[in-house]
Design a protein. Sequence first.
Length: 37
Amino acid sequence: MNRVVRENILIAAVHLPFPELGYLRKDIDSFIYTPLS
């Protein structure tokens, strides 16, 4: 997941709320999903 954040890779997963596309960003000790608007 660190690579996804570092390279700003768009992610897709059907179990995420609509839209299923978005980005992860790093918080202090967790990751935060930001949906594609």
